[in-house]
Design a protein around this ligand. Sequence first.
Ligand code: ZN
Length: 573
Amino acid sequence: MAISYKPKLKHTQFQDLTDQIRFLSSEGKIWLGEQRMLLMAVSAMGAFRREMVNSMGVARAKGFFLRLGYQSGLKDAELARKLRPHCEEIDIFLAGPQLHALKGMVNVIPVQVEINQETGDFYAEMQWIDSFEVEICQTELGKMDEPACWALLGYACAYTSSFMGREIIFRETSCRGCGDEKCLIVGKPAEQWDDAEEFARYFKADPIIEELYDLQSQVSSLRSSLEKQQGQYYGIGQSASYNKVCKMIDKAALGKVSVLLLGETGVGKEVIARSVHLRSERADGPFVAVNCAAIPPDLIESELFGVEKGAFTGANQSRPGRFERADKGTIFLDEVVELTPRAQASLLRVLQEGELERVGDNRTRSVNVRIIAATNESLAEAVEAGKFRADLYYRLNVFPVQIPPLRERLEDLPLLTEHFLRKFEAEYNKHTLGLSDKALELCLRYRWPGNIRELENVIERGVILTDNNETISQDALFAVFPNSEFQQASPQSSEIIDDTGQVVSGDSQQGGPAHWAESIINNNVSLDEVEETLMRRAMDQASQNVSEAARLLGLTRPALAYRLKKAGILQKN
Ligand SMILES: [Zn+2]
């Protein structure tokens, strides 16, 4: 029997539903039937929605909210069946719109409802008044380009589909959130909509992480093809220790042997790996760089070796891993020590047999890939600690190349500096006069714990902070902090830079109060910070002896002790 609904039933009477709400504040819970509910400010939901839209775009955000409403609709359909077992089907059905109203989401006015659970016929038109999502648009997001009652729509689809036992799709034909006069929805079986399939896609979760990885590998392959066009990429340097590395690379490049690059972080391992690739017979093939430490351990296998659809939740599509993408080329595995035991086993198999299986697949695929691995930890120690397979270590360690840290090849620093200056001047569309002599001298005296990458960052900072046609000063390169007043200066010392990149003046004659005062002010250091830093330094120098530190600072012991306690450096006891 098809019931055509004209607004004659009192759809506003739903005491049976209201009775299901229990506020148990002593337990911190609100119940609707057997569902635990939340009372949540619309403004908080609005801010959340705005953030979703801004960070992942309208289409993805819409999917999230449709699915949010969908989950809630499924629960309520269950509740409606339970509460109104003996009612007419139209009254059972109307529990959905009534629950929507009860929850404060929207006032639903049925315009026409034709419903028949036996035949599966369904058609409905309803009006939504005072949708909370329209309110969010008005207060948080501004007018949208398309209907905006996403969560409400997801709810209607799920509730009705569950109720009818077949897929029913609702669409918002007009919406106040996009400037229409009313929010109107129409619902009918999925097959009666032309674009049902397209719409259904919103209900599938669509993890953004896969897309990010895809983009990342596209960027890396674009970058390497760009470098290929620019000719062979060579690292920069002419020091003896760097030349030694270059000679090793030239020898390694000829064969297919695996290369293991060793050295501190930031020494340019990827540049060297690219050089090996570009000087090899594989130069026309792909170069794929992977930082194993940057990929979550549970994704590393599928990322490297590929995945078959359905291998795990979220694996919506089959896709090749980095090894397949690097076929006939070179793969660079940075931080290889981070590989999980399973990934280590698969890597060993690639090395030994030249074959792999995607995660969730039992088909064997052969790959022809040269492997260059790198680590800044000792692999031998990792083997000893049981973190890394010994057999894999021996395979990777056939041709080890030790890349020296920047402080052991400082004669290359001017060349490297020139290179990065050109790079960042082009990037920021600037022309500087290069480093001041003093700035260069400081660079040559610094220990560079972050090596070439740190130099690159420092030069970038210098270019940003320096005006056109001006010299890059030491202050533009390094964050400055002086301690000339309390450090016992040796006669020869002047500014040095500590491991954190701060300039530390060791020469009270040369700097003088005017110099460090200016530096403090230029760097927005507060007086409290100056005082606290001075006291900490003095205490360190005095081996935490308050009397000695007081003498260094020209204070009495009680005066310093008072200040130390006030600053929280010394416990108040
Ligand atoms: Zn709307």
